[in-house]
Design a protein around this ligand. Structure first.
Ligand code: NDP
Length: 264
């Protein structure tokens, strides 16, 4: 059903930061393609929550299962988005995993390296390539006044060392370069690209290490002295998609309460 309502595709939007981003986008008037890997119930709950916050009855919220680590499934994800919504105006590459086992880099397995880089980096890079190719055909004008947008959700780990999840750090450092590459490639085509770097955020990903980070927060690790939330990231995404950073393509925007500051 083609519509001029702006459409955002968010990967990994069933839970955590992605779900928060989806709900915030609903409040801003976007239709949302809610990608997920396997958790259909959580994706349906995100869609339901988005519906409660819609500001226009033309907005739609559709869960689409696809593993971003599979070429076929990535292409199907884009095709389904275009079929369901008739257009795409923004892509938020949010889907990501940590290693199944946190092991020192002397013990890290190649399987874990491949899995983490496949989802976090290769998946995001080539989904972006597919969406960029679609836009470069030039058949549709953007429904966002300031142009099509791509956002990569990286991490403070793009620049900080964690010896027991090196594959995650490498994937996020690579994602940071992917953001720069796409920003430079697409700037002349009126498409802006941004990297958002969250810090320590409350979600399923950090649930297993919550006590450890609670203690580190008490000791002052994060200057703003609290956990980050999905809403913190969602507000930054919302500002970008609303065109509040029109001359900042390639920017790295931290959402980490000052964690990246080197204080003595
Ligand atoms: P969660 O573990 O809470 O959620 C992960 C999401 O990604 C789920 O929606 C999951 O889908 C989806 N997903 C996982 N694998 C795939 C896949 N192969 N294909 C498609 N979707 C997939 O993570 P967060 O919300 O915490 O993290 C979101 C992003 O933010 C990640 O890129 C993460 O690296 C980054 N980040 C997180 C931080 C944190 O402290 N939490 C800090 C910095 C960055 P399903 O529900 O179906 O499993």
């Amino acid at each position: 059903m083609p519509t001029r309502t702006p459409v955002v595709l968010i990967t990994g939007a069933s839970r955590g930061l992605g779900s928060g981003i989806a709900i915030h986008c609903a409040k801003l008037g976007f239709s949302v393609a809610i990608n997920y890997a396997g958790n259909q119930k959580a994706a349906a709950a995100t869609a339901e929550e988005c519906s409660k916050h819609r500001v226009d009855k033309a907005q739609r919220f559709i869960p689409i299962q696809a593993n971003v680590n599979s070429r076929e499934e990535r292409l199907r994800l884009l095709e389904t988005t275009l079929k369901e919504f008739g257009r795409i105006d923004a892509l938020v590459n949010n889907a990501g995993i940590g290693p199944r086992v946190r092991a020192d880099i002397t013990e890290m397995t190649e399987e874990s390296f491949q899995e983490v880089l496949g989802i976090n980096l290769q998946g995001a890079f080539f989904l972006t390539q597919a969406v960029a190719r679609h836009w470069l055909k030039g058949t549709k004008k953007p429904a966002i006044a300031s142009g099509f947008k791509i956002i990569f959700i990286s991490s403070v780990s793009a620049g900080s060392v964690s010896l027991n999840r090196g594959e995650y750090c490498i994937s996020k450092a690579g994602l940071s370069m992917a953001s720069k590459l796409w920003a430079a490639r697409l700037a002349g085509n009126g498409i802006q690209v941004y990297e958002l770097r969250p810090g320590i955020m409350l979600s399923d990903m950090t649930r297993g290490v919550k006590q450890k980070y609670d203690a580190l927060l008490t000791e002052g690790l994060v200057p703003q002295q609290r956990w980050g939330t999905a809403e913190d990231v969602a507000q930054a995404v919302g500002s970008i998609l609303s065109g509040q950073f029109p001359f900042s393509t390639g920017a790295v925007i931290t959402v980490d309460g000052g964690l990246h500051l080197h204080t003595f």
